[in-house]
Design a protein around this ligand. Structure first.
Ligand SMILES: Cc1ncc(COP(=O)(O)O)c(C=O)c1O
Length: 398
């Protein structure tokens, strides 16, 4: 108890260093903070759907029809037709037979990755005799999202981290593995880096070594590909080897997570995944809003067109001003700064001018690799971008 109190006091002393911004409205990307208007370059509300009148209207209708929560596991009476409809829609956009919903994206990774391993033990405990002595192993990009790393750890299976996007390193690790079930895990778009997995080459390795590929497409879904279906659509790839994971909290502007898979994997997860069966799910109004958001990504392609036009304008203006961008493939465009103090100083200079951007410093990235992570939005204006470039030029005296 005393130790915990001491630890609490240490954390309390750190609170000011990590003070959260507390806006009074949701960034779309404009928001109010301390009575003043800011523009955010750090929201995942890429298409500004979270506050759109069309999405709110659909959520209102569902709120009236169903109430505010689902109050029970879907296996035990917390199910609704609405959830089944949403799963069918998510399976359709990812070209899969089935999808399984979870309360958040984080909980999806934390639930599904261990379940892929533990489902074998569970089935054995209930009398199933597998045809082989299965051994699983994960092969995971070193910069995958924390929820992936935690999910893999919770599985208890051996895990081999390969260097970021380094397929030679991945191949060496696959070649050395004796595991019968090899699962390659990667983000589609890397959230701190903005780069995209080289999927065609990774799929070639998966074929060669007979591996399953689990893609966390939190930042690709709704954003990448001709219809916004995500990283696989961007590359024109469909494969029964792929398990798609996505969040509903970013481009779709709501909350929730899902996997879209072949039906046999979904069947395993509905029974063996405690993150599905032993918890409640997203509220019904959110499920209805996500259904609307998926339609909006299709019916309002101008939102994605504006997002990408803004991304291109930002990249061009920043490059012309001589800034070093770490990647330019997606709406996540990090500016390399290096020094932690300098990174915080630049974020503060932008903040003083009503622009919010996250300074990404250790431990989110390595020491000396600090960056300002700009996230572009469909509702940014050219004036917003021009102001960022002008403030940064002054602050760095270019
Ligand atoms: C790559 C990735 N996966 C998973 C998550 C978790 O998603 P959610 O916020 O919906 O829980 C995030 C969110 O930051 C993410 O960036």
């Amino acid at each position: 108890m005393k130790d915990l109190q001491e630890l609490g006091a240490w954390y309390a002393s750190r609170v000011n260093d990590h003070a959260m911004l507390v806006p009074s409205t949701l960034p779309d990307p404009r928001f109010l903070y301390d009575g003043r208007e800011f523009v955010s370059f750090s929201t995942n509300n890429y298409l500004a759907l979270a506050t759109s009148p069309r999405l709110k209207a659909r959520a209102h209708v569902a709120l009236e029809a169903y109430g505010v929560g689902n109050c029970e596991s879907r296996l035990l009476g917390g199910n609704l037709e609405l959830y089944d409809m949403l799963e069918a829609k998510l399976a359709e956009i990812k070209h899969k037979e089935s999808a399984v919903l979870f309360a958040t994206g984080y909980l999806t990774n934390l639930g599904v990755l261990p379940a892929l391993v533990k489902s074998t033990q569970l089935a054995r405990a209930f009398g199933y005799t597998p045809s082989a002595n299965w051994k699983h192993a994960f092969f995971t990009d070193e910069f995958n999202h924390l929820s992936i790393r935690e999910g893999i750890k919770a599985s208890g299976a051996p895990a081999f981290a390969f260097k970021h996007l380094d397929l030679n390193d991945l191949e060496q690790k696959l070649r050395a593995s004796q595991a019968a079930i090899k699962i390659i895990v990667t983000d589609g778009v890397f959230s701190q880096h903005g780069d995209v997995v080289p999927l065609p080459d990774l799929m070639a390795l998966a074929e060669l070594y007979d591996a399953v590929v689990y893609i966390d497409d939190a930042h690709g879904t709704g954003v990448l590909g001709p219809t916004g279906a995500g990283t696989t659509e961007f590359f024109g790839i469909d494969s029964p080897r792929i398990i798609h994971m996505g969040t509903l909290s970013k481009a779709y502007g709501c909350i929730g997570g899902f996997v879209a898979t072949e039906r046999y994997i979904a069947d395993i997860l509905r029974i063996a995944c405690s993150g599905f069966g032993f918890t409640s799910t997203l509220p019904p109004d959110q499920a209805a809003a996500v259904l609307e958001a998926i339609d909006m990504v299709q019916d309002e392609p101008e939102r994605r067109a504006r997002l990408w036009a803004n991304q291109r304008y930002f990249v061009t203006r920043m490059r012309d001003a001589g800034f070093t961008l770490l990647s330019t493939q997606t709406p996540i465009v990090p500016l390399h700064v290096g020094d932690e103090g300098e990174c915080s100083r630049l974020a503060a200079a932008l903040h003083a001018e009503g622009i919010h951007v996250d300074a990404i410093v250790f431990p989110a990235v390595g020491f000396g690799q600090s960056r300002l992570r700009f996230i572009m939005n469909a509702n940014h204006t050219t004036d917003d971008v021009d102001r960022v470039v002008s403030v940064l030029r002054h602050a760095t005296a270019r």
